[in-house]
Design a protein around this ligand. Structure first.
Ligand code: SF4
Length: 167
């Protein structure tokens, strides 16, 4: 058997280890403790309390962007806030994901008529999951994390398929 069959980037060892690391990543999604407006009370504070118990999904908050995998944008993103959101996003290490929580960060929500408000945080940074509602319930945030997990698995397979078809 050729050596690259054992050690190349399409080898069983390499593929299985990559699947394993992405599986581990998807089950320990740490989000940044950062809130802009009222959604943060529902999305971050209530959700991380004992009633909804996010810890059982491996979802914890972290106080610094360098230790976070997920940025939950919860609240109205206005022009004044844009630099801060962008800086926090850029300080997070790859791979990283963004959840847009609530009508305000999805579309500007009730404040969309104001000239200083972004009509969605996706004008600023790429968004992986959108949560509708004003405010969304903590259960919706939990569901978003489950969807994000599925997305990570799907991205792994997509990446590995592309590599397999290259050979
Ligand atoms: S979507 Fe509703 S609850 Fe959330 S930040 Fe906007 S106004 Fe507040």
């Amino acid at each position: 058997m050729a050596l690259d069959r054992l050690t190349g980037d399409t080898s069983m060892i390499f593929i299985k280890s990559e699947q394993f690391f992405d599986w581990a990543r998807a089950r320990s999604l740490w989000y940044l403790a950062f809130g802009i407006a009222c959604c943060s009370l529902e999305g971050l504070i209530a959700a991380s309390g004992p009633r909804f118990d996010f810890d059982r999904h491996g979802v914890f908050f972290r106080g610094v962007p360098r230790q976070a995998d997920v940025l939950i944008v919860c609240g109205t993103v206005n022009y004044k806030m844009a630099d801060i959101v962008l800086r926090l996003y850029e300080q997070m290490p790859d791979p990283k994901w963004v959840v847009s929580m609530g009508a305000c960060s999805n579309t500007g929500g009730p404040f969309r008529e104001y000239p200083n408000v972004f009509l969605g945080v996706d004008e600023l940074i790429p968004v992986d999951i959108y949560i509708p509602g004003c405010p969304p319930r903590p259960e919706s945030v939990q569901y978003a994390f489950l969807q994000l997990r599925e997305k990570i698995y799907a991205q792994t397979e997509e990446r590995l398929d592309a590599r397999r078809s290259r050979d």
